[in-house]
Structure formats: C-alpha cells, structure tokens
Ligand binder design. Structure first.
Ligand code: ING
Length: 315
C-alpha cells in the first residue's frame, strides 16, 4: 500500500518593490502550469509570496505598512490563482501578509494557507516565531521589522486532514524562522503530521553575526532535515530567492523525506520548480520505529520546554 503524491516546491526569484501583485500571480500561475505538466498534485510557494520582502524597510505610517497586506483571500488580484488551481485541479500552499478583522479588532499576521484542488482554503497558519526587531535600527544594512509589522500567530501549529492527489493525509504548515525551532516540527509531529510546508525569505547576511553568513545554506537544511527525521514527516521548504532590492536571499528550496534525506532541490536563485513523488506511507518507517512517540517519549521530563520562555540555568 502506498500513498504517493507528487509535490512541487515552487521557488520564486526576487520580487521588486514596484512589482504588482498581478505580475507576481502570473509568475505563480506559470509555475503551477509547469507543475501540472510534471504531474504534480500540490505546489508550495514561498512565505510572503505576493510582494517583495517589505520588512526590510521601515515604514512610518500604518497606511504604508498596510499596502503590503491582503484584506481578502482570494482577493481581486489573487482570484486568478485560485481559478487556475481549480482548472488544473492543483492544491497549493501560499504565504502572504494578512490583515484579519477579528472580534477584538484588526490584526496583522504573517500567514500561510493550504488550498485544496477544488480551490477551498482547508487550512490556515499564522507565523509564531517572528525574527528581527520592532524599532528602526540604523546600524543595519537592511531592517528586519517582522516584530513591528506582524503579531505572533494566534492559531498555534494546527494539523489538517486533507486530500492530496486522491490520498488522505495529515498536513501542517510553518513559516520561515519557525523552521529553525525544533518545537515547531515536534508540535506538528505530535499531531501525526505526514507532510509540512514551509515558505521562507532568508537573507544571507545576518547583521548580528556576519561571520555566520557563509553558514546560511547549512543552517537552512540542518533544522528542516532534523525536523523531518525526528518527526517522521516530509518537509517542503520553499524560498523567495535571489538579489531582491539589493538584499541577497537564500535559495535551496527542497523536498525532504521522513528519513531526513533531501530528495529534490532547486539549483538556481530564480523562479524554479523542484518536484518529487512523496509516499506518505513512508512516514511509518520512522513514526513506528526510531521515533515511535508513544513507545519512547518521556514527557514527564520535558516540562521545561513548555513552561519557560528563557533558559533556567543552575545556580
Ligand atoms: N527570515 C529569516 C529566517 O529565519 C533569519 C531570519 C535569517 C534568522 C538568518 C536567522 C538567520 O530564515 C525570516 N523571514 O524569518
């Protein structure tokens, strides 16, 4: 018995500050059409896939910030993507900046959705681990103001039963910095997730520790390969890549098996599709054995993980 689904990692090259959503959606549709010719059932786009990575700049007014957000999904510019997905019977994951009107007011999130081959939104995730800083910091070559523009997600790390390629599976989502934190993958793993989608925008230059710049590719794969293996799940990591408004973003979009092996990877820093046939049943090789949670975990000793924010060091 196997539950093979064919998945596409749809990496995007740079999106210029002036590039319209309509123009970006045309690029997304192009990648979706290529995915169809390659037999894909599902395609994964990057984080904040509709615009340039705007947290690299300081915007003084709320109106200038809100310009980068979507109030509707699908909205006027993104309906074409949903329509094409329905026509091609292609599910997709899409990262975007979300303005949400909730009972207690208006909120701003760094969001991702999972959309079925019928064009229905079957899952939503709002980024929990927000990197960067809140105030303008002039010493930086570029800002990273995610803590200023987004609120911490209020949905946790939900898992979804959904159908992809005619097979039922359990899917999860994360966004960029989330992939660096083992808690992200484990909370999904503890819900039986068999495949997670993670879009990212990762500058190669890390201003606080520039001597780590040459390690960005290693630090991209390391946590995702570990997360896949330690939770017995497929992980599809997809970059917005290339020199975007003079900021070099890492590529290396990839599909990782539950064994932790990279089975497909992009080799350019432009718009590029990497695909793989992923058998969801292969998760059992790991989930039923080396990481059989019910058999081997000892949560009575893990309380610090959930009970404290910072480290509790011995006196
Ligand atoms: N970007 C980066 C990421 O976590 C970063 C921020 C870069 C953190 C390099 C640490 C090192 O991949 C986003 N958008 O989270």
């Amino acid at each position: 018995m196997s539950r093979k689904i064919i998945v596409g990692a749809a990496q995007l090259g740079p999106i210029a500050r002036e590039e319209t959503r309509r123009s970006v959606v045309a690029r997304l549709v192009e990648l979706m059409r290529e995915a169809k010719t390659r037999g894909c059932h599902f395609i994964v786009y990057p984080e904040l896939a509709l615009t340039t990575f705007f947290p690299r700049w300081y915007f003084p007014t709320p109106a200038e910030v809100d310009f980068w957000f979507e109030r509707e999904m699908p909205g006027p510019e993104t309906q074409a993507l949903f329509d094409e997905a329905k026509r091609l019977e292609m599910g997709f994951y899409l990262g975007y900046a979300e303005i949400a009107e909730e009972s207690d007011g208006t909120h701003h999130y760094n969001t991702a959705i999972m959309v079925s081959a019928k064009g229905d939104i079957v899952g939503k995730y709002r980024k929990v681990h927000l990197p960067g800083h809140r105030e303008y910091e002039p010493w930086r070559a570029f800002q990273h103001l995610e803590k200023r523009y987004f609120e911490c997600g209020n949905l946790g790390f939900p898992a979804y039963r959904a159908q992809v390629g005619g097979h039922n599976g359990i899917f999860g989502m994360a966004l960029c910095n989330d992939r660096r934190w083992p808690e992200t993958h484990r909370v999904l793993g503890l819900q039986g997730v068999e495949m997670s989608f993670i879009g990212y925008n990762t500058p190669i230059h890390y201003p606080q520790v520039p001597e780590h710049d040459h390690l960005q590719a290693f630090h991209n794969l390391l946590p995702m390969q570990a997360g896949a293996y330690q939770n017995g799940m497929w992980i599809v990591g997809v970059a917005k890549a290339g020199k975007e408004e003079n900021c070099d973003l890492l590529g290396q979009s990839c599909i990782i098996a539950p064994t932790g092996e990279v089975v497909a990877m992009c080799s350019t820093i432009g718009d590029e599709l990497a695909t793989a046939s992923c058998d969801l049943d292969r998760c059992k090789e790991i989930k039923d054995n080396v990481f059989n949670f019910a058999l081997h975990r000892e949560p009575q000793y893990y309380r610090l993980i959930a009970e404290t924010k910072g480290a509790v060091v011995p006196r």
